[in-house]
Design a protein around this ligand. Structure first.
Ligand code: C2E
Ligand code: MG
Ligand code: MG
Ligand code: MG
Length: 286
């Protein structure tokens, strides 16, 4: 009996694996043509200054709407784009588009608006990133200080590719860097001070957990305290309620991002939401 069950389990597992393999090969093939077919779109989600309640800028988040198919979430296609190296070309489009849209927002009357773009490790390793970033700034006419690059912790553990040098050369040109999903990974804060990083983004899981136990609120507090002692700005992701926004503000978190204010929106909808072009920038309650 147990043997039969065991065999079935193995068989099911095998089928799942091959389906997954087929799915990712198919996805890779479709991704290859997605840029040419204009299937990608960049959405903006506001980052709110918790002291003033004003929009400071936005994070640019990639969306894929394959022709004739369902939208594919980034958590599904980004890993495929990374493993095939296609993230280099897709990421270049993201950087260019983010700069153009940010410049457009400046011209609409919000000249302090900043845009943040997610950068994969692959783009640092074989992406000619410095050239691509500087070119996108040049083409768009956006000043470098309005472009922020979001990195993940594992990149900073990389020994090769002169990651530290790549970051510091771009920082010297005026770009800012933030560490995304902080707390999820290796979390060596001491190591952090070696890099030109200005901001910590506390992973949303810590923000959600804040309401489970008192222990977890202490964790956010500790991250804030350590981050501040290193002179870093703190952003909290996954802010879904007014209560979360209030508590995070009291804990000294500088900026918030989350569904409480807005989901990521198509840029035109974002411009409307933010009241850009109507007044300098709309104040939303924090
Ligand atoms: P991320 O950079 O940590 O982005 C934050 C994610 O949290 C986004 O998911 C956003 O929609 C979601 N989010 C924002 N506020 C809330 C909230 O209040 N509650 C909840 N439950 N979720 C919230 P999204 O857009 O699906 O992106 C997922 C991940 O895909 C991103 O995580 C990022 O790692 C990656 N990604 C997205 N766009 C790009 C891109 O252009 N390039 C690269 N390399 N990665 C990207
Ligand atoms: Mg991010
Ligand atoms: Mg994140
Ligand atoms: Mg504050």
């Amino acid at each position: 009996k147990a043997k039969t069950a065991g065999r079935n389990v193995v068989k099911l597992y095998d089928e799942t694996m091959s389906n997954q393999a087929i799915a990712s090969v198919t996805m890779a093939a479709n991704l290859k043509t997605a840029i040419d077919r204009h299937e990608f779109s960049l959405y903006f989600q506001p980052k709110i200054d918790l002291d003033t309640g004003k929009i400071k800028g936005a994070e640019a988040l990639l969306r894929w709407f394959p022709e004739g198919g369902d939208p594919v979430p980034p958590d599904q296609f980004i890993p495929v784009a990374e493993s095939t190296g296609m993230i280099v070309e897709i990421g270049e489009w993201v950087i260019r588009e983010a700069c153009l849209q940010c410049k457009r927002i400046h011209e609409l009357g919000s000249p302090d608006f900043a845009v943040a773009v997610n950068i994969s490790a692959v783009q640092f390793k074989r992406g000619n990133l410095e050239h691509i970033v500087l070119d996108a700034l040049y083409v768009s006419g956006l000043e470098s200080k309005y472009l922020e690059l979001e990195l993940t912790e594992s990149l900073l553990l990389e020994d090769e590719y002169d990651i530290k040098g790549q970051i510091s050369r771009l920082a010297a040109k005026g770009l800012t860097f933030s560490l995304d999903d902080f707390g999820k990974g290796y979390s060596n804060l001491g190591n952090l001070s070696k890099f030109d990083i200005a901001t910590l983004k506390i992973d949303q899981s810590f923000v959600f957990a804040m309401f489970d136990t008192t222990q977890d609120s202490a964790l956010v507090e500790a991250i804030v305290r350590m981050g501040k002692s290193l002179g870093l700005k703190i952003v909290a992701e996954g802010v879904e309620t007014q209560r979360a926004a209030n508590i995070l503000g009291l804990l000294g978190v500088d900026f918030g991002q989350g569904y409480y204010w807005s989901k990521p929106l198509p840029v035109d909808d974002f411009i409307c939401y933010a009241g850009i072009g109507k007044e300098a920038s709309k104040a939303v309650s924090a």
